[in-house]
Ligand binder design. Structure first.
Ligand code: SAH
Length: 395
């Protein structure tokens, strides 16, 4: 075995790991040597000293995130292999095309790299660490990214100021690890977007709605579209291309509204079908006229960031969807989403069902949506499924 600190589990606590679930909870640990530090690579063994895997240690409820179930050295070659595998999947999905250069290359556990997210925008990779271990590996990851055949990464921007556990006191700095600022216009399905990885939310763009935006486009012809929580205006731009009669984009952040206007302008200069408003979504729905819109998108931020917030989150989804059901025109289509990982598909559907019943409208589910294929779910880690959406036909 390679020389690493060894964490020994309590009897029976290896069961989920034997089924390839990649997390060791702190309560499962029987013993570990003194001096282990957050971010260390450790080996994990069962109570009877059977080797289980290697992973990154951290303080908290998830104590180890398994990187490999073999006795593997975690070095640049390891990351190069994993990144090559991740890229092989994206190549199969044909996401790197002349008309599309924005996609997720690494989706944490879904790409067997727990704690790591990498989004690609043209020649720039935006790297986000969610664990101290990945934070310490950032330079190796950046090097491995630029050395990938088949992918032309010239700039690697590291953006983990808000994603690392605060208590770890890592004081991460958002910065370029390789290269520097490049054109920040990325192309998604032939549409152009300014991506603000320096100051924007997450890695600068929500690539996870790509397929759902394309679906929305196909429903947009002749409709009056209301894009709630628009952020960069992704859904709005697709609706415009789909032939919407009118598009209203709403976000409480003035910065988001400026981004949306810029993105609409980039694709449809001087097109007066679009209007962007910096306003609270709930307020807008309260004051909007009945039947003003017949295609509404509700894509709010995660209402439940943790399990403890679940009840309030479900109430929030119900309240929001009820307001949309109340106001949407007959024959309207509602795209409604939840990106809270703590809210299950069933719980979300129940919240929307309750809202529909409260509004007494006739509502049918015409599509059930999820995250796209570049956000894969490791079958042994069902927690990786987070995006849920319903497309509803409202009479
Ligand atoms: N639909 C977007 C992503 C939405 S992110 C996309 O496809 O890219 C969530 C957005 O909701 C953020 O831009 C945030 O500013 C906005 N937001 C949060 N609370 C809000 C509220 N009460 N009213 C309106 N917008 C809100």
């Amino acid at each position: 075995m390679n020389r690493r600190a060894v964490i020994t589990l309590r009897r029976g606590k290896e069961e989920s790991l034997d089924r390839f679930h990649p997390w060791v909870f702190s309560g499962a640990i029987a013993s570990m040597p003194e001096g282990i530090e957050e971010g260390d690579v450790v080996a994990v063994e069962s109570a009877d000293h059977r080797f289980i895997g290697v992973g990154h240690y951290q303080i908290g409820s998830i104590a180890v995130r398994i990187l490999d179930f073999g006795d593997t050295v975690i070095d640049k070659d390891f990351f190069a292999r994993r990144l090559t595998e991740a890229l092989a999947l994206r190549s199969t999905l044909c996401l790197d095309r002349p008309d599309n250069d924005a996609y997720r290359l690494v989706h944490g556990e879904g790409d067997f790299l727990p704690g790591l997210v990498v989004d690609i925008y043209g020649k720039t990779a935006v790297v986000q660490a969610h664990s101290p271990g990945m934070h310490y590996c950032r330079d190796m990851i950046a090097m491995a990214l630029t050395e990938l055949d088949m992918l032309e990464v010239a700039n690697v921007y590291y953006k983990s100021e808000t994603t690392l556990p605060y208590k770890a006191r890592l004081d991460p700095v958002n910065e370029y690890l390789i290269g520097g600022f490049d054109t920040n216009i990325a192309t998604e399905n032939g549409l152009q977007f300014h991506i603000d990885w320096l100051k924007g939310q997450k890695t600068g763009f929500f690539v996870d709605q790509r397929d759902n935006r394309a679906l929305l486009e196909s429903f947009s012809r002749g409709r009056s579209v209301l894009n709630m929580f628009c952020y960069t205006g992704g859904f709005s731009v697709y609706a415009m291309r789909g032939g919407a009669r009118r598009v209203v984009s709403v976000d409480s952040s003035a910065k988001a509204i400026a981004l949306t206007s810029a993105n609409v302008g980039l694709n449809f200069p001087d097109d007066n079908r679009h209007e962007a408003l910096a306003e609270d979504a709930f307020k807008y729905l309260d004051t909007m006229a009945n039947g003003e819109h017949d295609l509404i998108i509700l894509d709010p931020p995660a209402f439940a960031k943790h399990r403890s917030a679940l009840r309030n989150a479900l109430r929030g989804y119900q309240r929001l969807n009820f307001k949309a059901f109340e106001k949407i025109a007959p024959g309207g289509i509602l795209f409604t989403f939840s990106c809270s990982q703590a809210v299950s598909r069933e719980q979300f559907r129940l919240a929307v069902f309750s809202a529909a019943a409260q509004s007494r409208r006739r509502v049918r589910i015409i599509k059930q949506l999820t995250q796209p294929a570049d956000h894969p779910v490791n079958i042994y880690h069902p927690e990786g499924e987070y995006l849920k959406g319903l497309v509803l036909y409202v009479e």
